[in-house]
Each structure stands twice: as structure tokens, then as C-alpha cells.
Design a binder for this molecule. Structure first.
Ligand SMILES: C[S@@+](CC[C@H](N)C(=O)[O-])C[C@H]1O[C@@H](n2cnc3c(N)ncnc32)[C@H](O)[C@@H]1O
Length: 236
């Protein structure tokens, strides 16, 4: 029986209260943000709303300078791991009922679950060892850094995708805050919400944030259908 069927035995899909704590793999980040690894050696990178992603752990191992930030950090690793397991179960249950995904990077639901579990394992291992130096608990509305602190800021799967839960003011504040602490560039992925629809907030952000160059760039990654674009915000 597939994992998805197991989670549908009573025909209910639980709702997640509060932030969803899961994480993508390092390999997904490279594709989602079209990162050129050799250029990144000169960067100081901040992964905003990093969750249980393995990006910081894997990049640090390879000698890059990366800090991960999330509102749920600061908790004990076992508590974060339990939260990941609970949220992943609910999300996998939801996936089975929606035909909105491209099965290309992942071969099937089992493969997706395996890769997400690997990412979380890598994250927890690094979080246990390097919590003080690599992982910062903070709210993105108030980043605890001076202006121009990081040359590359990434934000995956928090903005645009939840525009039914997180209002426009939240989006605008956070994007302005990321621009403030960036000396060079901010990248945001994805721009779609569901059923191939791009969030209306994308246009609003382009209209409302001036004095920066905002580009919509195609990337070589698409899991949510239509989710093959990122926003690049370049400070002049
Ligand atoms: C769906 S996860 C995405 C994790 C990771 N970026 C990825 O793509 O795999 C969203 C993350 O945003 C974090 N988050 C939500 N609101 C936040 C806020 N105001 N400030 C910082 N992090 C926040 C959650 O705790 C959660 O870990």
C-alpha cells in the first residue's frame, strides 16, 4: 500500500496549525534558485525561513558561508524532528488527492518522502552540532542583522505560495527587510500558489518596491505545476 493511502484511512486530512516545518534538499535549492556553485564562494548567504532544509548543512560542509534563519529554531532537535514528521505526514496525505505536481525531480510519493527525510536528517545532524553558529531563531519581519550583511539571500516556500494565509502586508514587509540586509541580491521561489496560478502579489511587489531591479527568471525545477520561476531582486 502506498504511503498516501495509509494516510487516508479515515478519509480526513489533518490541518497544520502555525508554520509548516519541512525542508527541501540541497539539490532542490541549487535548481530552484539557479545557483552557480563556483560563484557562491564569494558570497555570504542567508537562507530565510530555512525550516528543515539540508541546504545550510550541505553547503557548509563544502566550504560555503551560509546561515539559516527560521522562527521555529531554538527548539530542541528532537522537538523539531517530531514536528517535521507530523507535518510531512499531513502534507503527503494531501498530495495524493491533488494532481497538481510534476513527477520529474521525484519519481513518486515514496521517493519524495525519502528525499525530504534525508534533508531533515542532514539538517538535524548539523543543527545538533552547529546550532550556535549556523542556525538563528528570528522572525523575518525583524531580521537581527545590520544593513547589507549578506550578499545572497534566499527564501523558499514561504512567500507567494501561502498568499491565502499570509497577507500582502506580510509579504511587503518581509521582502523589504530582506532587501535591507542584502548587499546585492534576494531570490524568492516559487511564485505560484496552486493550479498553475501565479500569486497576484508578484505584480504588486514589482509595482510597490522601487529602487531595485526585479526580474522573473525561469528555473530548471518544477514540482508544483507552473512553479518554474523565481524572483530575483537586485540592489543597484
Ligand atoms: C514550508 S517551510 C519551507 C522551508 C524551506 N525554506 C524549504 O523550502 O524547504 C516554511 C518555513 O517558514 C518558517 N516561517 C514561517 N513564518 C516565519 C517568519 N515570520 N519568520 C521566519 N520564519 C518563518 C516556518 O517555521 C517554516 O520552517
Amino acid at each position: 500500500m502506498s504511503i498516501a493511502k495509509n494516510f487516508h484511512t479515515n478519509n480526513t486530512i489533518k490541518k497544520i496549525e502555525g508554520p509548516i516545518f519541512i525542508g527541501r534538499t540541497w539539490a532542490e535549492y541549487i535548481k530552484m534558485f539557479d545557483l552557480k556553485r563556483k560563484d557562491l564562494f564569494n558570497d555570504r548567504i542567508l537562507d530565510c525561513a530555512a525550516g528543515a532544509s539540508s541546504f545550510t548543512a550541505e553547503m557548509s560542509k563544502r566550504g560555503y558561508e551560509v546561515i539559516a534563519l527560521d522562527i521555529l529554531y531554538g527548539e530542541d532537535p528532537d522537538i523539531l524532528c517530531a514536528k517535521y514528521r507530523e507535518h510531512m505526514k499531513v502534507l503527503i496525505g494531501g498530495l495524493a488527492s491533488v494532481d497538481s505536481f510534476v513527477w520529474n525531480f521525484f519519481s513518486d510519493i515514496e521517493d519524495l518522502k525519502e528525499k525530504r527525510d534525508d534533508a531533515c536528517r542532514e539538517f538535524i545532524e548539523d543543527y545538533r552540532k552547529n546550532r550556535e553558529t549556523h542556525y538563528i531563531k528570528a522572525d523575518l519581519n525583524f531580521l537581527p542583522f545590520p544593513d547589507n550583511s549578506f550578499s545572497m539571500i534566499l527564501c523558499s516556500h514561504l512567500l507567494f505560495i501561502y498568499d491565502h494565509r499570509l497577507d500582502y502586508k506580510f509579504h511587503l514587509n518581509i521582502i523589504k527587510e530582506m532587501i535591507r540586509v542584502s548587499s546585492n541580491e534576494v531570490r524568492i521561489y516559487p511564485l505560484v500558489k496552486n493550479r498553475k496560478l501565479k500569486s497576484d502579489f508578484v505584480k504588486c511587489i514589482i509595482n510597490d518596491i522601487l529602487d531595485v531591479d526585479i526580474q522573473i527568471v525561469k528555473v530548471d525545477y518544477e514540482f508544483r505545476k507552473g512553479g518554474n520561476e523565481m524572483m530575483r531582486i537586485i540592489k543597484s
